[in-house]
Design a protein around this ligand. Structure first.
Ligand code: AMP
Length: 176
């Protein structure tokens, strides 16, 4: 397990979705059962003894890693979705993108007040999305003790945006 190199299974696509962006594609992890299992095993090893009560994940690629993790850990999965997708009573949060605003939502009754919720996404870039997601969970009365991503791009300074919450990623890329 320790010799497994997850970098081999992340497809790098230059100029996607627009010129100048190097896109780190995790669908190539999903297409390889060994690589996918490696990620889930690492996540379980990282968090099995950390008193995590639930995992909250960001639409849509975050769900793909959160679902087997939640099932393996036997903890609830709380989906955080783009505005307008959740049918129940929601909490919502607007946040800034480079040239626009986005809004995410969570079912209010899914957030267990006072509990410890791991926040998860496939990739952490600027940290803006996870920052908004953390605010949602906290508005629901729960606590986010840790943030996890498969891939981290620390040169985009997400550590500053997400401080003081500890962040763990399986692989980091340090420039494009
Ligand atoms: P951010 O809010 O800037 O941290 O952006 C996080 C979201 O955008 C994640 O859900 C990623 O899937 C996606 N994303 C941002 N930049 C990239 C990139 N270079 N490669 C792949 N996905 C990205």
């Amino acid at each position: 397990m320790s010799t497994f190199n997850i970098d081999d299974y992340i497809r790098k696509v230059p100029d996607f979705p627009k010129k100048g962006i190097l896109f780190y594609d995790i669908t190539s992890i999903l297409a390889n059962p060994q690589a996918f299992q490696f990620c889930i095993d690492r996540m379980m090893a990282l968090y099995h003894d950390k008193s995590i009560d639930a995992v909250a994940a960001i639409e849509a690629r975050g769900f793909l890693f959160a679902a087997p993790f939640a099932a393996g850990m036997k903890i609830p999965l709380i989906p955080i979705r783009k505005k307008g997708k959740l049918p129940g009573v929601t909490l919502s949060k607007k946040y800034d993108l480079e040239y626009a605003q986005a809004e995410i939502e969570v079912h209010r009754e899914d957030i267990p007040a006072g509990k410890r919720i791991l926040l998860l996404d496939d990739l952490i870039a600027t940290g803006g999305t996870l920052n908004a997601a953390r605010a949602l969970i906290e508005a629901g009365g729960a606590h986010v003790p840790e943030i996890f991503g498969i891939v981290g791009l620390p040169f985009l300074n997400y550590e500053k945006v997400l401080a003081p919450t500890p962040i763990t990623t399986l692989i980091q890329y340090h420039g494009e």
